[in-house]
Design a protein around this ligand. Structure first.
Ligand SMILES: Cc1cc2nc3c(=O)[nH]c(=O)nc-3n(C[C@H](O)[C@H](O)[C@H](O)COP(=O)(O)OP(=O)(O)OC[C@H]3O[C@@H](n4cnc5c(N)ncnc54)[C@H](O)[C@@H]3O)c2cc1C
Length: 488
């Protein structure tokens, strides 16, 4: 008998969502990730959970409605990671006319009928906080509701839930070979050791590596796909309000500027076809300048590429048919007599990731008895509260751990939801949490991340389980590295 029902290669959003879904339906699952969870494209998304307003202009009404439904599902099951935000589109004389924007928003809201999010509004930005950061000529903006997400924590919490339901999650495990017969026989280099695994079915969820894994590891025909890169830039905070700005660029693209980790602004996205090693994805200087120019067209505070503190880039595979855009994902199953099933899942956006995984796992129904679909109503770990109660949960945390500052409590609730207690335990004062590494990070949190969330190296903590790398001084990073090496 095979060791597992399903082996999944790739620990990005597609792989971990598939692992969670399959484990919850009673399948024996192993997920193998060559680096850290979310170390590929899944840490470089535009961080939006939305229906995609621009999709309406392309007349993709059905797809936008599906995405809006999924937005609401994610908000319900992950109210700590997914937060509602008011998006503001300043009206620019040279771009889409007022009537067109207004009709798009009305239709968008109609398609999102029961979301419970605030309705759209027309703002006179000369008398509204949204206008404070904008250049003079802007008199009007439209405001509507969508959501933002912590993309890499969504990946990790999918894995945490999969593990809680019996899946084995193995990071630092690179699959180098897979033989196909009645079952799959995989060879992985697992933290330096050769390991052989057998599974009744295999999932290729390797993102930008999909074609090369199909070709060189699985030795099956690669699916028709193209690889694209998307990038964002992080700069110091350019505005005080909590809105996400959606700017209409003269080339028709919508460029978003979002509050990022309290003190920063994330501006994106820009994309282009990608060739090369997906492990080395760097942003082009022209793209950095493009995003700075886009922001400068709207904001009073002008930025240059020298103001960019960090670039965030990822490469992923999308179906060969269209341009890079939402919905460019695919799920396909290959099976036959004497041929163990192979499922390939790639591309797509964060918003529809849960449903994509659900569709993928449902394709195995022909091969195994399994439980019904379940992920639309089951909260991710720590997400067992209504999204409207987020601030109440922050207050409750501050009440229980009185030494927490407001920002710190908000960061912890946003990361761990109702599981903050697993991180802080019965601490009565900050000193009970062990060494402090600056930027609010404590030994207790690092130990928790190493024990429960597969963190092994400082970058796993500083850039994927959190974004504290943005503010942590070098001396603290060195101390963190020493602490993690000892705790390993
Ligand atoms: C062009 C583009 C547009 C996007 N647009 C949107 C958008 O509009 N909205 C939105 O929300 N999101 C968008 N996204 C981002 C979206 O977040 C990702 O597409 C999504 O996270 C899917 O990730 P994945 O799991 O397929 O790939 P990845 O996160 O890259 O995961 C693949 C994993 O496989 C691992 N792997 C590879 N080979 C092996 C091996 N041999 N053994 C073990 N592991 C291996 C890699 O290390 C990697 O971690 C876009 C992304 C791109 C690139």
């Amino acid at each position: 008998m095979a060791d597992y029902d399903v082996a999944i290669i790739g620990g990005g959003l597609n792989g971990t969502s598939t692992a969670r879904d399959a484990a919850g339906r009673g399948l024996r699952v192993i997920l193998l990730e060559q680096g850290d969870l979310g170390s590929g494209a899944s840490q470089a998304s535009p961080r939006l959970v939305h229906g995609d307003l621009a999709g309406l202009e392309r007349r993709e009404f059905f797809r936008v409605r599906q995405a809006l439904r999924e937005r609401d599902v994610l908000l319900r099951i992950a109210p700590h990671l997914v937060r509602p935000a008011r998006f503001a589109i300043p009206v620019h004389a040279g771009e889409r006319p007022l009537w067109q924007l207004r009709s798009l928003l009305l239709l968008y809201e109609r398609l999102a009928s029961r979301s419970g999010l605030s309705r759209s509004a027309t703002l006179d930005v000369t008398h509204h906080p949204v206008g404070n950061a904008l250049k003079r000529p802007f008199g009007t903006a439209f405001e509507y509701s969508d959501c933002v997400v912590d993309d890499s924590r969504l990946v990790v919490l999918n894995a945490v839930d999969a593990a809680a339901r019996g899946a084995e999650i193995q990071t630092g495990a690179r699959v180098t070979r897979a033989e196909r017969g009645e079952a799959w026989r995989l060879v992985a280099i697992d933290r330096g050791y050769r390991r052989v695994i057998t599974a009744r079915a295999l999932v290729n969820a390797t993102g930008a590596w999909t074609a090369s894994v199909a070709d060189t590891v699985l030795r099956v025909p690669a699916p028709r796909l193209v690889t694209v890169q998307i990038s964002q830039v992080v700069v110091r905070r350019l505005f005080d309000c909590d809105n996400v700005y959606a700017f209409q660029n003269p080339d028709g693209q919508l460029i978003f500027a979002s509050p990022y980790e309290r003190d920063f602004t994330l501006i994106g996205s820009v994309g282009h076809p990608f060739k090369g090693d997906p492990a080395i994805v760097a942003m082009d200087v022209r793209e950095v300048a493009y995003l700075c120019d886009a922001a400068n067209r709207y904001f009073r505070e002008q930025i240059t590429p020298a103001d960019v503190l960090r670039t965030v880039s990822g490469a992923n595979s999308v179906v060969a048919a269209g341009r890079w855009r939402k919905g460019g994902g695919a799920v396909s199953l290959d099976s036959g007599r004497g041929k163990a099933p192979l499922l390939t899942i790639f591309g797509g956006d964060v918003t529809t990731s849960r449903r994509r995984a659900e569709r993928a796992v449902s394709k195995f129904k022909r091969f195994y008895p399994m439980g019904p679909r379940w992920t639309a109503t089951a909260p991710l770990p720590g997400g067992e509260f209504a999204w409207q109660r987020f601030e109440t949960e922050v207050d409750i945390a501050r009440d229980r751990w009185r030494f927490l500052g407001e920002h710190e409590a908000r960061r912890l609730v946003a990361a761990y939801g109702l599981n903050v207690g697993d991180v802080l335990g019965d601490a009565r004062e900050k000193a009970d949490l062990g060494p402090a590494f600056g930027a609010d990070l404590t030994g207790a949190e690092v130990r928790y991340l190493m024990r429960k969330e597969w963190a092994r190296f400082p970058d796993d903590v500083l850039w994927r389980r959190s974004k504290l790398g943005l503010t942590m001084p070098q001396a603290d990073r060195d101390a963190l590295a020493a602490f993690m090496a000892k705790a390993d």
